[in-house]
Ligand binder design. Structure first.
Ligand SMILES: Nc1nc2c(ncn2[C@@H]2O[C@H](COP(=O)(O)OP(=O)(O)OP(=O)(O)O)[C@@H](O)[C@H]2O)c(=O)[nH]1
Ligand SMILES: [Mg+2]
Length: 312
């Protein structure tokens, strides 16, 4: 297929803030950014190409005050606008924070519209810090369940894990921006892979096939050196604190994409498949793709996407 048309869609407070932090890197010809919120102020800050103010007649641009019913209703009121903005898209990468009104109300409502349009969705959601309290955590769990019900693949990024990874003595500011750094890295890696797909083994439809395994998903990336063995690399990927807290071993579909320089050895690549099959025994689909980088100044890297992980 011609280059796939991708939308990065930020929903609610975190979704809009994330778009601001992503900056211009994503703005290749085939990638558009869209922000959607009931809050005009959040949209204003989003620096997205397209902004959709949800349900102005209901929320007056003032946000939904944590009320997910209001966020859902506001989203439905703006259905036409959303459909027009999101139509003619091959893939939506959605970003939302869970625990407030938009994560539970707006994000699943938009995902339902996208499902009706048969547009695949890979969602990235942040879950609340512990200090935000039980109520927000419950809303967050409900939001994840609601999003999963729409059929999409959901990558959960727990704020607490991210800040723990920073170690002791980190500032609140650092803890808050950790999510933005992680999103930046993951989206960069995914978009780069999507632009490289089709060279060896994988194409866009393979990617869609993997994310169409409904359930939780994980994305892991690692730089690699020529002397690293693939099992070593995958072990490093799977031990990442963000991935470790998910039951990646129960994934149903796995995609591994290697971007290697020309020193990379064939047997290293071949070893990955059998190692992955061992580590993720439930996977009935394991796809491996390879891109050879002619630019030897760039490090080789590997990206793992595992989907169809059951949510408890
Ligand atoms: N690390 C980090 N997490 C954030 C940030 N903003 C929001 N979050 C997380 O995302 C969750 C949801 O927040 P928002 O996206 O602002 O929620 P919302 O749906 O706009 O909330 P309401 O407008 O109150 O309905 C929060 O509980 C936080 O855990 C941020 O800048 N950094
Ligand atoms: Mg908000």
């Amino acid at each position: 297929m011609a280059e796939a048309k991708i939308v990065i869609l930020g929903v609610g407070g975190l979704g809009c803030a994330a778009l601001e932090h992503l900056g211009q890197f994503v703005l290749q010809g085939n990638v558009r950014t869209v922000a959607a919120s009931t809050s005009a102020a959040e949209l204003q800050a989003a620096s997205a190409e397209h902004r959709v103010l949800l349900g102005f007649e209901l929320a007056g641009g003032e946000g939904c005050g944590g009320n997910s019913d209001q966020a859902r209703e506001a989203t439905m009121l703006s259905k036409q606008n959303l459909l027009e903005t999101l139509a003619d898209t091959d893939l939506v990468l959605m970003i939302a924070g869970m625990g407030g009104g938009h994560g539970l109300g707006a994000a699943p409502a938009i995902a339902t519209m996208l499902a009706e349009l048969k547009i695949p969705v890979l969602a990235f959601v942040a879950t609340p810090f512990n200090f935000e309290g039980k109520r927000r955590n419950q809303l967050s769990e409900q939001g994840i369940a609601a999003l999963l019900q729409t059929g999409c693949a959901v990558v959960v990024l727990p704020n607490d894990q991210l800040s723990a990874a920073l170690g002791a003595g980190f500032s609140l500011q650092q803890a808050f921006s950790a999510i933005h750094q992680v999103l930046y890295q993951l989206l960069c890696a995914l978009l780069e892979m999507l632009s490289e797909l089709g060279l060896i083994n994988l194409d866009f439809n393979d990617f869609v096939q993997v994310i169409s395994h409904n359930g939780l998903a994980v994305v892991g990336i690692a730089d690699i050196a020529a002397e690293d063995s693939i099992p070593m690399i995958l072990q490093r990927l799977l031990n990442n604190p963000l991935i470790k807290c998910q039951s990646v071993h129960s994934a149903q579909a796995v995609l591994l994409h290697l971007a290697a320089d020309n020193r990379f050895k064939l047997e290293q690549f071949e070893a990955t498949g059998s190692y992955l099959a061992q580590q993720i025994p439930s996977a009935n689909l394991i796809l491996q793709g390879l891109t050879l980088r002619s630019d030897s100044a760039r490090r080789s890297s590997v990206l793992l996407l595992a989907c169809g992980i059951r949510h408890h």
